[in-house]
Ligand binder design. Structure first.
Ligand SMILES: CC(=O)SCCNC(=O)CCNC(=O)[C@H](O)C(C)(C)COP(=O)(O)OP(=O)(O)OC[C@H]1O[C@@H](n2cnc3c(N)ncnc32)[C@H](O)[C@@H]1OP(=O)(O)O
Ligand SMILES: CC(=O)CC(=O)O
Length: 302
């Protein structure tokens, strides 16, 4: 019997990663989504991104979104903060957590944030300083942990090196992004084995996109290895403007169903979560990319 964690923290990234590729979603739909996610029991909501509106116009309303949601006790709101300007805006808008983001691939970092990995780390220093002065936690993302859309192979040692730099800066947690969803269970196992030789398991999270349908298998592997923080997006929304063809994050509904089956506590109401997903999918005029959501929808309608 595998030694699964007793409890798993879900970081719901649907309103940011899920919607950063969507051009037709209103600010009110985003607010409604975030409120519904909090009502379903999600406690960690990535609500937006204080990035350049020229680069990602879809996130330009992040301040209005965050101001518009009903803040609930015990629900943490985070946002992407790529530089000091983004961090100052996040602070003004009372986010609970900053998320800085870089990659294990030089090529991706250049395309995504217009600098080298080394330069990104330097840009993050004042972000972390501002956070520390204001008692705000900082999460770090490392993208392209299993492959890069521009340079292909990414060495696990390079992932480790970037994780170490982010931890040394002051991140409390590193989220490992399989940005283009190419990783498979054996690859994730050997990457995590290397990382866990150097980094305590509580400081690692997994952030898997489901482009090749491997996300749940990879999450199961990560759980077996003791990882207890999982990023996911309601209805499997998402994609990255700088990773062409990358599909959405693993669906939160599918992750919750898996965890429930493994007897792992999440305190999330699956039905309310699915309803939140149907609502945003209606607003987007799309079907959910979540098998569990679709199955629940069919059951409800029959
Ligand atoms: C894997 C994933 O899904 S990651 C998430 C998806 N990717 C992203 O969100 C990354 C988006 N990228 C960006 O926003 C940009 O590359 C940045 C902000 C990180 C860097 O962009 P650069 O153009 O190099 O920034 P630079 O500091 O030169 O500023 C250029 C302009 O952007 C503005 N700007 C810079 N940072 C920000 C910010 N955080 N918020 C708003 N505006 C900003 C500047 O004020 C400047 O404006 P101006 O042209 O009107 O004078
Ligand atoms: C910041 C992210 O969104 C991480 C990733 O998908 O690589």
């Amino acid at each position: 019997m595998a030694n699964y964690p007793a409890k798993v923290k879900i970081v719901e990234v649907g309103a940011r990663d899920g919607l950063q590729n969507e051009t037709s979603v209103s600010t009110q739909s985003k607010i409604t989504l975030l409120n519904a996610l909090a009502d379903a029991g999600l406690k960690h909501l990535e609500a937006g991104a204080f990035v350049s509106p020229k680069w990602v116009p879809q996130m330009a309303d992040s301040a209005q979104v965050i101001q518009g949601i009903t803040r609930k006790e015990g629900v943490e709101i985070s946002a992407l903060t790529p530089n000091l300007k983004g961090a100052e805006l996040a602070l003004e808008n009372q986010v609970d957590e900053f998320a800085i983001f870089t990659a294990a691939s030089e090529a991706f970092t250049q395309k995504n944030i217009n600098c080298s990995i080394e330069e990104s780390i330097e840009r993050f220093r004042p972000v972390v300083e501002l956070a520390q002065k204001n008692n705000i936690k900082v999460r770090g993302y490392v993208s392209c942990i299993a492959g890069c859309p521009y340079q292909g192979k990414v060495e696990p040692e390079q992932v480790l090196a970037v994780c170490k730099q982010l931890l040394a800066l002051g991140c409390y947690e590193i989220s490992l992004g399989d940005t283009i969803g190419v990783g498979t269970a054996n690859q994730i196992e050997s990457l995590l084995s290397l990382l866990l030789e150097h980094i305590p398991v509580q400081r690692l999270a997994v952030h898997f996109h489901d482009t090749y349908g491997q996300a749940l298998a990879n999450i199961h592997k990560a759980l077996e290895m003791g990882i207890a923080t999982i990023d996911s997006a309601v209805a499997g929304l998402g994609g990255c403007p700088y990773a062409k063809g990358a599909s959405g994050n693993v669906a939160t509904e599918d992750v919750i169903y898996l965890l429930q089956g493994l007897g792992i506590s999440t305190e999330i109401d699956l039905e309310r979560l699915a309803k939140a997903g149907w609502q945003i999918c209606d607003a987007l005029n799309k079907a959910p990319v979540s098998k569990v959501s679709l199955a629940l929808k069919n059951t409800c309608q029959s």
